[in-house]
Ligand binder design. Structure first.
Ligand code: SF4
Length: 499
C-alpha cells in the first residue's frame, strides 16, 4: 500500500504522516478457545502500531495456516476468513514497514519450513541493525530472501537454518546474534515462543487466560481478550508455552533501554509500560510543560486525540480552564479517497474542524504531542486564527526530534524534520504561533518515572544505546539492494494466503 493510502495517522494530512509506529505482535496458546478470534481482537487493539498489513498464523497441532494481506485488520479479516482458522495456538501481526517495502511478501507472520519437516511462523516488532551481517551469513549457507526484503524474514531463516536443532535451541543460539530492537512472537506446530531484545526497546507483555497464555506488544491487547497481566517478557528473555506449561531462559544479559517515544506518542494511553501507565505519563508531561513554559491564556485545548492527556495536565498545573477547540473526524483516516493537490492546497479540513464558539476572542494554549515537519501545527494555528482566536500559544509534549531512529520508528527524513534546520524561534515563526514551548528532555524523562539510564532517547539527544553499523549498512530498503542470487529455502504451507 503506498504511503498515505488509507493509513491511519496522527497527522492532519494523510499525505504527510507523522512518526510511524513499527508493528504490533500478538500470540495466544489456548486449547479449546477460538484462538483466531482472540488474535483478531488482539490485533485490533494493536492497530495503531501498524496499518500497512495484517496477518495471522494458526496451528492445529499438525500444520500451520497463514492468512495475511495488505490493509487494516478490519479490511483483511471477516467472519468468513476467520472461520477456517481453527487450532490451539495463533500468532498475529499488524505491520508498518521498517526494513523492506510495503509488499505482500513482506507482510507477516513469515512462514518457513525447517529441514526436519516442521514449520515456524514468525511475527516481529522492531528493527534489526545488523541486517547486512545476517543476510551475508544466510547467503553463505545457501538461503535466498525469496522475494522478501524484510529483516523479519532473516530472523525466521536464522531460526530454521540448522537441520539438527529444535526451535528452542536454535533460538537460544541465534538470538544473541541479532542486534537492534526486536520483539518476536513465533510458533511451530506445538509451541508458542516469544523473545525480546536485551535492551527491551519496545514493550512485550505476558498475560494469562483461564485456559492459556497470551503475549502481546501492549497491555491493551491483553485487556481486549480478557487476559490478566502477568509480567513483561524481560529484556534478553526467551519464553516458550506448550502443554507442559511455560519455560523461560535468558539468551542475553539485560541492559534495559526502553523507547522514550512510546510514552509520548507510540503506545496507546491505556497501556502500561514498565509499570507506568502511558496516560498518567502524558498528563504529567503536560504538568511539567506548564511549569517550564507558562503563559497567560483563557483556554487550554488539545490537538485531538493524542494531545489530550498532556493538555489536561497543562490545564491542571496552570489553572487555565481545559476545553475542546478542535473536533476530529475519526473516520477520515480510513478513507481510500485521497484529496487532490488542488483540494489539499485549499487547506486541510479533512480531519479537524474548529469549534468556533469556544475559540472566538480567546487566548489559547494548544497542546500537541510532537512536531515533525511543522505542517500540522501551521495549519492548526491558521485554523484557530481564522476561527477568531486572539492568541495561539503552542506547547509540545516532547523535545524536538532531531535524530533518526534505527530501532523501529520511521520519522520523516532528516531533511524534512523542521527542527533539523531551525531553532525554536525559527519554528515558532514558521508555524505562525504567538509562542512555542517544548517540554525539556529531563521533564519528559521525569514524567515516565523511569531512570534515565534505562531509556533510549536517541531521537532527541543522538545517544544510540545499541551500536550502529556504517551508514551504508542501514536503511529501510537495504535488503532490496543486496545480491539475491542464491538458492531458495523450502517453502512453508501458506494455505488461504492471497494477494
Ligand atoms: S530513537 Fe527515539 S523512537 Fe527510536 S527507539 Fe529510541 S526513543 Fe524510541
Amino acid at each position: 500500500m503506498p504511503r498515505g493510502d488509507g493509513r491511519l495517522s496522527h497527522e492532519l494530512d494523510p499525505q504527510l504522516p507523522g512518526p510511524q509506529d513499527e508493528c504490533g505482535v500478538f500470540g495466544v496458546w489456548a486449547p479449546g478457545e477460538e484462538v483466531a478470534k482472540l488474535t483478531y481482537f488482539g490485533m485490533y487493539a494493536l492497530q495503531h502500531r501498524g496499518q500497512e498489513a495484517a496477518g495471522m498464523a494458526v496451528s492445529d497441532g499438525s500444520g500451520i495456516t497463514v492468512y495475511k494481506d495488505l490493509g487494516l485488520v478490519s479490511q483483511v479479516f471477516d467472519e468468513q476468513t476467520l472461520a477456517p482458522l481453527t487450532g490451539h495456538m495463533a500468532v498475529g501481526h499488524t505491520r508498518y514497514s521498517t526494513t523492506g517495502g510495503s509488499t505482500w511478501e513482506n507482510s507477516q507472520p513469515t512462514l518457513m519450513a525447517t529441514n526436519t519437516g516442521t514449520t515456524i511462523a514468525l511475527a516481529h516488532n522492531g528493527n534489526l541493525v545488523n541486517t547486512a551481517d545476517l543476510a551475508r551469513e544466510l547467503a553463505e549457507i545457501g538461503h535466498d530472501p525469496g522475494g522478501t526484503t524484510s529483516d523479519s524474514f532473516l530472523a525466521a531463516a536464522m531460526l530454521t537454518a540448522n537441520a539438527d536443532e529444535s526451535v528452542w535451541s536454535a533460538a537460544l543460539r541465534t538470538l544473541p546474534k541479532f542486534r537492534g530492537a526486536f520483539c518476536l512472537v513465533f510458533c511451530d506446530e506445538q509451541t508458542l515462543y516469544a523473545a525480546r531484545d536485551a535492551q527491551g526497546v519496545h514493550p512485550l507483555v505476558l498475560g494469562r487466560l483461564d485456559r492459556g497464555w497470551v503475549v502481546a506488544s501492549e497491555t491493551v491487547a491483553l485487556d481486549i481478550v480478557g487476559a490478566t497481566f502477568v509480567r513483561e517478557v524481560e529484556p534478553g528473555e526467551l519464553i516458550a508455552v506448550d502443554e507442559h506449561g511455560l519455560r523461560s531462559e535468558r539468551f542475553a544479559n539485560p541492559d534495559p533501554k526502553g523507547c522514550l517515544f512510546e510514552y509520548v506518542y507510540l503506545a496507546r494511553p491505556d497501556s502500561t509500560i514498565a509499570g507506568r501507565n502511558v496516560y498518567a505519563s502524558r498528563v504529567e508531561i503536560g504538568r511539567r510543560l506548564a511549569k517550564e513554559h507558562p503563559v497567560e491564556a483563557d483556554l487550554v485545548i488539545p490537538v485531538p486525540e493524542s494531545g489530550t492527556p498532556a493538555a489536561i495536565g497543562y490545564a491542571e498545573a496552570s489553572g487555565i480552564p481545559y476545553g475542546q477547540g478542535l473536533i476530529k473526524n475519526s473516520y477520515v483516516g480510513r478513507t481510500f479517497i485521497q484529496p487532490s493537490q488542488a483540494i489539499r492546497e485549499r487547506g486541510i479540513r479533512l480531519k479537524l474542524n474548529p469549534l468556533r464558539e469556544n475559540i472566538r476572542g480567546k487566548r489559547l494554549v494548544v497542546v500537541d504531542d510532537t512536531i515533525v515537519r511543522g505542517n500540522t501545527q501551521r495549519q492548526v494555528v491558521r485554523l484557530l486564527r481564522e476561527a477568531g482566536a486572539l492568541e495561539v500559544h503552542v506547547r509540545i509534549s516532547a523535545p524536538p526530534v532531531t535524530w533518526p531512529c534505527f530501532y523501529g520508528i520511521d520519522f520523516a527524513t532528516k531533511a524534512e524534520l523542521i527542527a533539523d534546520g531551525l531553532d525554536t524561534e525559527g519554528i515558532r515563526r514558521s508555524i505562525g504561533a504567538d509562542s512555542l514551548g517544548y517540554v525539556s528532555l529531563d521533564g519528559l524523562i521525569g514524567a515516565t518515572e523511569q531512570p534515565k539510564t534505562r531509556l533510549c532517547r536517541a531521537c532527541f539527544d543522538g545517544v544510540y544505546p545499541i551500536e550502529l553499523p556504517a551508514a551504508d549498512l542501514l536503511g529501510k530498503h537495504l535488503l532490496e539492494g543486496l545480491d539475491k542470487s542464491v538458492a531458495r529455502p523450502v517453502n512453508g504451507k501458506t494455505a488461504g494466503a492471497r494477494l
